[in-house]
Ligand binder design. Structure first.
Ligand SMILES: *[C@@H]1O[C@H](CO)[C@@H](O)[C@H](O)[C@H]1NC(C)=O
Ligand SMILES: CC(=O)N[C@H]1CO[C@H](CO)[C@@H](O)[C@@H]1O
Length: 390
């Protein structure tokens, strides 16, 4: 801190470029400007990342000892700080209308020890609803479950503190119909989660992502009612797992405070309290927030600050950024790094992140963080993700 503060003063005097609020201003390997604009202070977040945070620069040498905010300890009942990656495969060919035409592909299990050794402690493992229960509302397919569970166990066993998000990747739909809005019934939605709760309810390191990216809902309050139904069903099955509750607009972190958030904060947990109900949000960094372009145009810090403010004002709740990511490009390496450093600094309101994507995606996929065949990592992983892991 001292070092960066004095360099900052020197550079400012020379008229060298200053970093804007929330931008990086130092850290191992950082070659950019280390001065921050007025009203912000270059603050050490970790060895790899210093950031211009709001505040006033210390007046004299005697007060240059201002320190980085110390890592907040885990609040009672909260998940620890989490960071990791989506490992895709069992979701391949789920369309945004909830139809499925594939067979499922197992993510390579070698990725779990690989990323865990680098500090990751979270894996989101998606599946198509149609693979888990081939008949809507019917029983879990034992063949598919055994394959899926081998992947989940491989992830969990890669480290003692690793968590897995079991993610139903169906956009609140089955074959075009929306849950409780013309498509599957609430009872059918509850049925798959009751069965998964019976299988995974005893493992506290398994988090239930009850639905990926609901979108274009007819009624958000009907959707929130469906969410409440699943919370109740999972608890009735005896599970105490953490639950991820998604809003609308593809789980948009941006629309959450004004769209689904005000209703989702009212969902109750039969266990009491709300510490095990975590909001599930997604945000990409490309021009249309789709996560389909190699270049990034925003670091989303303002969007996430607004989200954090909403969480704090509504009972000091928690959210997790379970999808975010970008291409292996200079713009994404810099902007994703800013974003993830902010996420890390906003714990415990933001529990952590999971980057899209590795797993069965190959290294040519536009948003790939799948390791190369020689075991080396993608530049985005090395420059933006790894430094911001817990
Ligand atoms: C869903 O979308 C897929 C891919 O766009 C399309 O092939 C399929 O016909 C759609 N299904 C329904 C039921 O709308
Ligand atoms: C941004 C992104 O990569 N989204 C992906 C979400 O998951 C579906 C199903 O695997 C993919 O088709 C999308 O590309």
């Amino acid at each position: 801190m001292l070092k960066y503060a004095s360099i900052a003063l020197a550079l400012a005097a020379l008229g060298v470029a200053q970093q804007q609020e929330w931008q990086q201003c130092g850290g191992i390997g950082w070659a950019g400007a280390t001065a921050c604009v007025s009203g912000t202070v270059c603050t050490v977040m970790n060895d790899y990342y210093s950031q211009c945070l709001p505040g006033t620069a210390p007046a004299g040498p005697s007060s240059t000892s201002s320190t980085a905010p110390s890592a907040p300890s885990t609040p009672a009942g909260s998940l620890p700080r989490l960071g990791g990656v989506n490992t895709s495969g069992y979701d391949f060919s789920v369309a945004t209308n909830g139809s499925f035409s594939g067979t499922g592909v197992s993510p390579p299990v070698s990725q779990y020890p690989h990323f865990t050794a680098e500090g990751a402690n979270l894996y989101r493992i998606h599946f198509a609803w149609q693979l888990m229960t081939p008949t809507l509302g019917g029983s879990i397919d034992s063949g598919f479950f055994s394959e899926y569970d081998q992947t989940v166990q491989a992830a969990l066993s890669s480290g003692p503190n690793v968590y897995v998000i079991v993610d139903l990747h169906n956009y609140a739909r089955w074959n075009g119909g929306i849950i409780a809005q013309g498509g599957p019934t609430d009872a059918q939605f509850q049925s798959i989660w009751t069965q998964l709760a019976q299988k995974y309810g005893s493992n506290e390191r398994i988090i239930f992502g009850i639905m990926n990216e609901p979108h274009d809902l007819n009624s958000i309050s009907t959707w929130v009612n469906s969410v409440q139904g699943v919370v109740n069903a999972v608890r009735a099955a005896g599970s105490q797992n953490y639950l991820l509750l998604p809003g609308s607009s593809y789980s948009s972190a941006q629309t959450f405070p004004t769209e689904a958030g005000p209703l989702l904060v009212l969902v109750t947990d039969p266990l009491g309290g709300t510490s095990k109900l975590v909001f599930d949000v997604h945000k990409y960094l490309d021009s249309d927030n789709s996560g389909t372009h190699p270049d990034c145009t925003t670091d989303n810090v303002q969007v996430l600050q607004t989200l954090v403010q909403f969480l704090q004002q509504n009972g000091n709740r928690q959210a997790i950024l379970s999808e975010t990511g970008g291409g292996n490009t200079a713009s994404c390496e810099s902007l994703l790094s800013n974003e993830l450093a902010y996420v890390k600094s906003a714990y415990p309101n933001l529990i952590g992140f999971s980057v899209w994507a590795a797993g069965a995606f190959d290294t040519t996929y536009v948003l790939s963080v799948t390791p190369n065949p020689d075991g080396s990592d993608q530049p985005l992983w090395v420059d933006a993700v790894q430094p911001n892991l817990p």
